[in-house]
Design a protein around this ligand. Sequence first.
Ligand SMILES: Nc1ncnc2c1ncn2[C@@H]1O[C@H](COP(=O)(O)OP(=O)(O)OP(=O)(O)O)[C@@H](O)[C@H]1O
Ligand SMILES: [Mg+2]
Length: 336
Amino acid sequence: MSNQTLHTTKQTTDSLLTVRGLSTYYRSDDADAPVRAVDGVDFEIKRGETYGLVGESGCGKSTLGLSLIRALPPQGEIVDGHIDFKGRDIAQLPKSAIKDIQWADISMIYQGALNAFNPVKTIGEQIAEALRIHDVVPEDERDNRVATLLEQVNLQPDLASQYPHELSGGMKQRAAIAMAVSCDPDLLIADEPTTALDVIVQAEVLNMLQDLQDELDFGMIVISHNLASIMKLADRIGVMYGGRIVESAPSEVLYESPSHPYTDRLLRSLIDPRRPPEQVETIPGNPPNLRDPPTGCRFAERCDLATDDCTESHPPLEQLAPNHQTACYHHEEVGK
Ligand SMILES: Nc1ncnc2c1ncn2[C@@H]1O[C@H](COP(=O)(O)OP(=O)(O)OP(=O)(O)O)[C@@H](O)[C@H]1O
Ligand SMILES: [Mg+2]
């Protein structure tokens, strides 16, 4: 990927969402050892900005997204931190107030949304249902609104009368996106929106998300385990490892000069179609067990640069430039 293909950072100023010290745990059989899926996360999103969240499987990306929209499964709980959104702390919202922010303020395309449609209802009925629940438009205008939403995601309006099994994967993902924007949210969280799709359709869906965002001006968090797939779309990227954000920077900065060894390894593991697969570098070892994470840097045991310091205490997120933070004692040596 050349630098020219990277997305140019938009000049956005006001903050939409500020997350401080957020920790979300899942209860497990052992009450003393919950899964620390999100463990002290800080980040910020500006209005109209696209924030990419990347990291290997199991590092807490979906849990972070589900925390922001307060849609955690019953065993999950926000145990600490703040989620400031439009003057309210979402982390502290009582259960009764949660539905007021879901969809209309923050909406989410859930991981696996492609398979989440009800098979016995038409696509139009399912989008209309979302409009009804959230009382967005009067009943007699719902069909028109469904048609407009389908057009906005480049689907034919008559597709409203079709059932999910009649649609391709790409079409279903577009319909899921139409549903997610139906209530005109300020923040859209898209969790692995392209993972189950082939490469051409992936690009179409990402371009469509970008166009939709330009038109509707929502902030967006795009979650992916694949750095390459969100590099073009995201203004900034947060790299998550072991329940924490270990580096955050504008996409082009992250690509050109990563300052966390994990980001560096992720970039080096990107698949280049011109190279034979055996030349792609993998990252040896596995992410830490989040029931019993190490006290020091969670990446230390897989890191070539690690020293005793790294295993003794976790490096704090350090500000390297106004928009660039990293949590590594050895950031100056990364990529040398
Ligand atoms: N419902 C649950 N109950 C208990 N543990 C869970 C639950 N959901 C996730 N976890 C654990 O929380 C950690 C973070 O999971 P999460 O799904 O947030 O990761 P992820 O980064 O989204 O992974 P992926 O890329 O595979 O989607 C993992 O250790 C996972 O096993
Ligand atoms: Mg996930």
